[in-house]
Structures are given as structure tokens and as C-alpha cells.
Design a protein around this ligand. Structure first.
Ligand SMILES: N[C@@H](CCC[C@H](N)C(=O)O)C(=O)O
Length: 276
């Protein structure tokens, strides 16, 4: 095999290693994903986006490309909102799609995207479903939350105190009976009628500087609390600001997406990274 091409990109500082692999030839083990994402022994990222043809993985999609997303710990997740924006940015920059508006496949189903001239990307995120409530605890302090399914699981907790002061270095407690496959935990301040501030502790990663599906979950939860099913809001995150709309079983996420670097992985390193 020749060198393994990679790119590095981010969306509101939620960062990813992209691996172009149209035919699905890479043996992308959880150990290799974890090594790639490690900020000391690898390239460092919150997740990996393999760029692959749907047929190569045996999945159905109306899109020409499938976003094979992995969390930094090597686990699979259904969906990644910031990842879709970065993935779309790469496809357009690389000339792999020629339209500005197209569909791509994810484990949560197909997602339509629009790449704007100012380099921002809008993703049609599908339905954000309110599925119940639960609790979480950060450093012994309990928060009640609204459970939201955005293709992947979220628990959104609204706080009166500034979420900037929360200590999110350790995994907050959550109810494993309610979330047997884990959950992404969002902590939110309402700034005004159409502005939220959010921090997030992601399943399979830890605290990240932004989570696209999390922002959609946060706006859906805010809209739900307001007693309606339609609304739109900016969401300020440590890594930047996105815009979310939620209406009648659909939602959109708009924000920046950047490709930062490209290069080749060392083959010896790749071979060794297959081992834990
Ligand atoms: N950062 C992502 C979400 C990635 C998946 C998540 N950690 C999970 O396990 O569900 C986003 O931007 O949505």
C-alpha cells in the first residue's frame, strides 16, 4: 500500500482527521482511530471521518459519499453535525462533488447539505425528537435534563449559573438504564429569546469545544420548553457560534467548516497503531 492520505479539519473547533478511502480498503480498527485522535501519540482530534462510497460499506444511501464517523475512543456514533459540515467542505474543495447542494450518507440516514460561498455549510439535520427526561450530575451537583434524539442521544440541562464555570474534566454521572448506549450531555444558558450558550461533554470523546447535534438538541429542548415546535437560535460554544432552526419535525444547522492541513500517515506508525 502507498502512503495513507489524511486531512485535518474542524467545525467550530470540533476537530477531525479525515481519511479519504473511497473503496473502503483501510482496516480502521478502534485502536487505530484512538491512536489517530490521541493528541500526544497521534495527530489529535475529537473524531475520525472516513470518506467512503456507500456501496463499499454495503450501506444504502442516495448520496455518492458516506460519512463513516468514529469517536476519539474508537466507538461508532450515528451522527455528527460538525463532522458533516467538514466532510461536505472537503468533498467540494477536493472536487469530489460539483454541486453546492447535495446529499450524503450517515449512520442516522441521508443528510442534505448546502455549501455556501462564505465557506459556511448548512446541514438538514432531520427531526430532533424529545424522548423523555433524566438527570445528570457534575462534581456532585445534579441537573435535570430533557432527552433528545438527533439520530444520536442527548440530554440537555438548562442552568441558571454560567455554564462556563462548570468543571467538565471528568465524565458527568448519568442514568445507564435510560441511556444504555451512553449519551452526549449539554449544559445550556438561555441568553435571550434567540441565543443560547452551551458546553458539552460528548460520549466517546469528553468535553469538546462544540457539538453540532448537541446544538440542535439544545434548541429543540428550548423550543419544547417554550411550548411550541418551531424556533431558531444562535448557540455560542467555546469553539464558535452556529445557527440552528427547528420546525415541524425538521431542523437545520449552519456554521463554519475548515480544512486545515493534509499529508500522509507513516506506514510503520499505521501498522503499529493496530495494536492497543
Ligand atoms: N461532535 C459531534 C457528535 C459526535 C458523536 C457523539 N460523540 C456521539 O457519540 O453521539 C457533533 O458535532 O454532532
Amino acid at each position: 500500500m502507498g502512503g495513507i492520505e489524511f486531512l485535518k479539519g474542524h467545525g467550530t473547533q470540533n476537530d477531525f482527521v479525515l481519511l479519504p478511502d473511497p473503496a473502503g480498503r483501510l482496516d480502521l480498527t478502534p485502536e487505530r482511530v484512538a491512536a489517530l485522535c490521541d493528541r500526544q501519540r497521534g495527530l489529535g482530534a475529537d473524531g475520525v471521518l472516513r470518506v467512503v462510497r456507500p456501496a463499499a460499506l454495503g450501506v444504502e444511501s442516495a448520496g455518492e459519499w458516506f460519512m463513516d464517523y468514529r469517536n476519539a475512543d474508537g466507538s461508532l456514533a450515528e451522527m455528527c453535525g460538525n463532522g458533516v459540515r467538514v466532510f461536505a467542505r472537503y468533498l467540494v474543495d477536493a472536487g469530489l462533488v460539483t454541486e453546492a447542494d447535495f446529499a450524503l450518507g450517515t449512520r442516522a440516514g441521508d443528510r442534505r447539505v448546502r455549501v455556501h460561498p462564505d465557506r459556511s455549510v448548512t446541514v438538514h439535520m432531520g427531526a430532533a425528537r424529545i424522548v423523555g427526561s433524566s438527570v445528570t450530575a457534575v462534581a456532585g451537583r445534579e441537573f435535570s435534563g430533557i432527552a433528545v434524539d438527533v439520530g444520536n442521544p442527548h440530554l440537555v440541562s438548562f442552568a441558571d449559573d454560567d455554564v462556563a464555570d462548570l468543571d467538565l474534566r471528568d465524565q458527568p454521572a448519568f442514568d445507564r438504564d435510560v441511556f444504555p448506549h451512553g449519551v452526549n450531555l449539554e449544559f445550556v444558558n438561555v441568553l435571550d429569546a434567540d441565543a443560547l450558550r452551551m458546553r458539552v461533554y460528548e460520549r466517546g470523546v469528553g468535553e469538546t469545544r462544540a457539538c453540532g447535534t448537541g446544538t440542535v438538541a439544545a434548541v429543540a429542548a428550548a423550543v419544547h420548553l417554550a411550548g411550541t415546535d418551531t424556533g431558531s437560535s444562535t448557540v455560542e460554544l467555546p469553539g464558535g457560534t452556529v445557527r440552528v432552526t427547528v420546525e415541524h419535525g425538521a431542523s437545520t444547522l449552519t456554521g463554519p467548516a475548515e480544512i486545515v492541513a493534509r499529508g500522509e500517515l507513516d506506514e510503520g506508525w499505521w501498522a503499529g497503531a493496530a495494536r492497543p
